[in-house]
Ligand binder design. Structure first.
Ligand code: ATP
Length: 901
């Protein structure tokens, strides 16, 4: 791409150089420029190479210990042991690399699903496209909340302010305008440019793309956005610490035991060494942190399949504990498919018929009406078109909206009233605007007008517009504005669940427009003429209603936080089944509350109406100080602080701004409340599965360690050799443990209260179970060992059967650990999922190889087992299943009995 000092060229020259027509580039031109300049996506991000990742697998105290033991075994000429240990270490590293890589890739792919969006003019249409599809010369539209998608030369700005901290490090927000600046101006002073990656804080603009991808300033200074995928979470860190600590402890214990074996029991150095290696290998839960990471990654994938895209891994953990969800109304709990259903002017109210954004639908007067009022409807419709940024166009036989659905609905309404929006807009070109934002609650435009037509148009929340109004339009002039009457009419529409907007107009020559000097604070003008009210329906989402009912069963509170009118919000809350008579509070009332009062109100209120983003922040803080784990939704720039503060910030994928997405931990691809609840269910499942994996892994390790220690202190032969233990731990345990990771949600996952944050992973019940299993595993191993030794006197045979029995006990316990005490014990429940059956099948094949295939027999000193051996091993496995189930159910009965008392 040719380099120009674009900021030093006039906007018109830039447009000429890039041959950008006023209606934007055409599809063919875009395709050819994409070919020529490539995708607008940064390349060259340095991922971690597989070799580095492979080497990293060895940086672990356990692996050091294993290396040391393989060296010592080699020194003692135990070549087979050396080989097996090294092979297993190598295999473990390979599995680690593959799994880590897959987890990272899937997270990366999921992140791509939230590629930034851009709005662009092409072929005379305003389109939403993925930012990577932009080409040099594209006419891009910017609005508050956008992340600038490429380097742009600004050609038109309206109070545009951009946060360029990512580029310049400057924390002050820069005001922008299209004027050219000197070629030497440093980056921070180039006011005519908007640079890729910076954030639009306020205003709107049009710019021409002058650089994309790595040619942008951001690409050039190589401060790449999109941080490296982080696989660590508080939970995995905690587990890593636990693993490191336990490894240290076991190594220390091993040294002492080694000394004991040599000094007291008079073992040879070599035997004693191999014994402690066995012990260390048996006791250290080396696979655990990796399995937990994978469980989290699987959770992320499942959530993505349900439209909830997790941006940071720890959110998966937090989601499982969410106890309050604060949700926006419009678009999240409702469908955001707006349609004007009622219009109120002077003495008449009309019902507007029709569906969707189509232009067909009659305006029928409700009750008595004045026929001349029809003219007032025309004036209202004209204001609705002019004070409006949306478009509705016919595409493939369907009317499709671009822009804010509220505004698109007004365009559809204007067509029904007989106006052609394009013609109206062409007749009254816009010369100035104050865009709508949730805090200001109105939008204002100024137009070049002929004759006596008003040139200032305002639309917004009725209470807000009423503050600017002095009179009301009637067919032959004006009457004085009666606030009480109009508030009552607003109330009537809102009680029907309609979203109400007021429209007003005025003349600049009457002093009305002394408002909008660029950058001047805007309260809005005075002395306007009220044209009337419109009421829009926005039906609740059926899925949201079901999800709210599910939350109520799951002990999760749902609160609606909306900018809309209290009465409208309450009506929708009722339709959604949030409460029969929802407790509603208006934002302004929150302003006067002390922190303590706020906590109380936050707890008891269902609907917060007419709120501003600051209210959201205070609410999150109040709920958190009340002990809640809060998920909060948001879409606008100003929602960012609340999203950051919430335990899980949830941004809207379709209607959310880039700023909101960046501040949040999760993005909803479909903007749907139900997806949050799906994510919570997955979050709880992840926790369940992690608990299962831990509860399953610990007794295997513990049981083996107990067996070895007992053998040592009682002066017996080891019931299993170190390499056999390696086999059990690193081959069978990993294959079986991983199947738990994919376990589906338990039947009761959404009918119990949320898990308290910081609650131990293993509660007392599970700790008891783990201890019981340690005992069962060592009893099982010893009885088989001594049984075979007594019967045959063959040590290798006895050890082979011990290994096989341990594996069968693991399988028995695996089938049991998945079941809740309340689950019925039928074949379907016990015989688990296809994944688990596959895992068991693989492990059994591996066992057959271990027992019958000569190279394995040689490596692991195993001997073939007969029918009775198999029956014994499988029988003991079954016994373990039965005993654990019995204990679980008895305990559940005792506990429920004691709670009943
Ligand atoms: P939430 O998404 O938080 O549930 P909301 O979208 O209903 O709330 P806002 O968008 O902040 O709330 O709107 C608040 C009020 O401002 C609305 O009730 C309506 O009267 C008015 N309003 C909404 N959109 C526009 C717009 N584009 N132009 C002018 N006024 C608007």
């Amino acid at each position: 791409m040719e380099q120009h000092a674009w900021h030093a060229l006039a906007a018109d020259d830039v447009t000429r150089i890039w041959k950008t027509p006023i209606e934007g580039l055409g599809a063919e031109e875009v395709a050819s420029r994409l070919q020529r300049y490539g995708l607008n996506r940064m390349v060259g991000r340095q991922g971690v190479g597989w070799l580095t990742r492979f080497v990293r697998q060895f940086q672990n105290p356990l692996i050091y210990a294993l290396f040391a033991s393989s060296a010592v075994s080699g020194f003692l000429s135990h070549w087979v042991d050396t080989g097996v240990i090294l092979a297993v270490v190598f295999l473990n590293a390979v599995i680690g690399v593959i799994q880590e890589g897959r987890a990272e890739n899937s997270l990366e792919a999921i992140r791509r699903m939230i590629d930034p969006q851009a709005t662009v003019w092409r072929d005379n249409h305003r389109l939403g496209v993925a930012a990577w599809q932009l080409v040099p010369g594209d006419r891009v539209l910017l609005a508050a909340g956008d992340r600038v998608p490429a380097d742009l030369r600004l050609v038109e700005t309206h109070q545009l302010r951009i946060d360029e901290a990512i580029l310049t490090g400057e924390s002050l927000v820069a005001s922008k305008n299209p004027a050219l600046v000197s070629a030497e101006a440093p980056l921070g002073d180039r006011t005519g440019m908007a640079y890729s990656g910076t954030l639009v804080v306020a205003g709107t603009a049009v710019g021409i793309v002058v650089a994309t991808a790595n040619d942008t300033e951001l690409g050039r200074i190589n401060r790449l956005i999109g941080e490296v995928v982080e696989l660590q979470t508080p939970l995995t860190r905690q587990l890593n610490q636990f693993a490191t600590r336990i490894t240290g402890f076991i190594l220390l214990a091993s040294v002492l035991i080694f000394l004991f074996a040599v000094g007291v029991r008079h073992y040879s150095w070599a035997d004693a060494f191999m014994m402690v290696v066995g012990l260390a290998v048996a006791a250290i839960p080396e696979g655990l942190p990796a399995v937990v990471t994978i469980t989290l990654a699987v959770g992320v994938q499942r959530m993505a399949a349900r439209q909830a895209i997790v941006r940071v891994l720890p959110a998966v953990e937090t989601l499982g504990s969410v106890s309050t969800i604060c949700s926006d109304k419009t678009g999240t709990l409702t469908r955001n498919e707006m349609m004007v259903q009622a219009v109120a002017v002077h003495a008449s109210t009309y019902t507007v018929e029709g569906t969707g954004y189509g232009p067909v639908g009659a305006l029928l007067p409700e009750g008595a009406s004045v026929s001349e009022d029809d003219r007032l409807v025309q004036a209202l419709a004209r204001a609705a078109v002019l004070c409006n940024d949306a478009d509705v166009a016919l595409r493939d036989g369907e009317w499709v909206a671009h822009g804010d659905p509220t505004e698109a609905a007004l365009i559809a309404f204007a067509r029904k009233a007989g106006l052609e929006p394009d013609t109206v807009r062409a007749q009254h070109p816009r010369i100035q605007e104050i865009p709508f934002d949730g805090e200001r609650q109105f939008m204002l435009t100024r137009h070049a007008c002929v004759g006596d037509t008003p040139d200032v148009m305002v639309k917004g929340a009725p209470e807000r517009v009423f503050q600017m109004v002095a009179r009301v339009a009637v067919p032959d002039g004006f009457v004085d504005f009666e606030p009480a009457e109009w508030l009552q009419r607003t109330h009537q529409l809102a009680a029907r669940g309609l979203r109400v907007l007021a429209l007003a107009s005025g003349h600049e020559r009457d002093g009305v427009a002394s408002f909008a000097r660029d950058d001047a604070p805007v309260d809005g003008p005075q002395g306007l003429t009220l044209l009337g009210l419109v009421g829009l329906i926005d039906p609740p989402r059926e899925a949201a209603r079901l999800a709210i009912a599910e939350c109520q069963r799951a002990g999760i509170k749902v609160k609606m936080i909306t900018g809309d009118h209290a009465v409208t919000a309450a009506a929708i809350a009722r339709q959604l089944g949030m409460a029969d008579t929802p407790v509603v509070l208006v934002g302004a009332e929150l302003d006067h509350l002390t922190s303590d009062e706020m906590v109380l109100k936050a707890r008891t209120t269902d609907v917060f109406a007419r709120t501003t983003p600051e209210h959201k922040l205070r609410l999150v803080e109040a709920l958190q100080s009340d002990g809640s784990v809060v998920a909060m939704t948001g879409d606008g720039v100003n929602d960012a602080p609340a999203l950051k503060r919430a335990d899980v910030g949830v941004a809207m994928g379709i209607n959310g701004t880039e700023v909101a997405k960046e501040a949040s931990q999760m993005v909803l691809a479909d903007d749907n409340f139900a997806s949050i609840v799906d994510a919570v269910r997955e979050g709880r499942t992840v926790y369940d599965n992690i608990t299962k994996v831990i509860a399953w892994t610990l007794p295997t390790n513990g049981g083996e360690a107990v067996a070895i220690l007992a053998a040592l202190f009682l002066g017996f032969h080891l019931p299993v050799t170190p390499v056999q233990i390696l086999w059990i731990n690193l081959i069978t345990s990993v294959a079986l443990g991983l199947t738990l990771v994919l376990d589906p949600a338990a039947s009761n996952v959404m009918s119990r209260p949320p898990r308290a944050i910081g609650a131990p992973l293993l509660d007392r019940r599970l700790m008891g179970q783990v201890l019981l299993l340690c005992v069962l595993f060592s009893i099982g191993a010893f009885s088989v060992f001594f049984g075979v030794l007594t019967l045959t006197g063959n040590l290798d045979h006895a050890r082979t059967l011990v290994v096989h029995t341990i594996v069968c006990m693991e399988i028995g316990y695996l089938l049991s650990v998945r079941l809740a005490p309340s689950d019925r014990l039928n074949w379907q429940a016990v015989w688990a999922t296809p994944v688990i059956r596959l895992g068991i099948g693989i492990v059994m094949l591996a066992q057959i190889a271990f027992i019958y295939v000569p190279p394995f027999q040689h490596m692991f000193t195993t001997t073939p087992l007969g029918l009775w051996d198999w029956l014994a091993a499988v029988g003991i496995g079954g016994l373990v299943f039965g005993l654990v189930e019995l204990e679980k159910r008895l305990r559940a009965r005792v506990t429920s009995g004691s709670t009943r008392v």
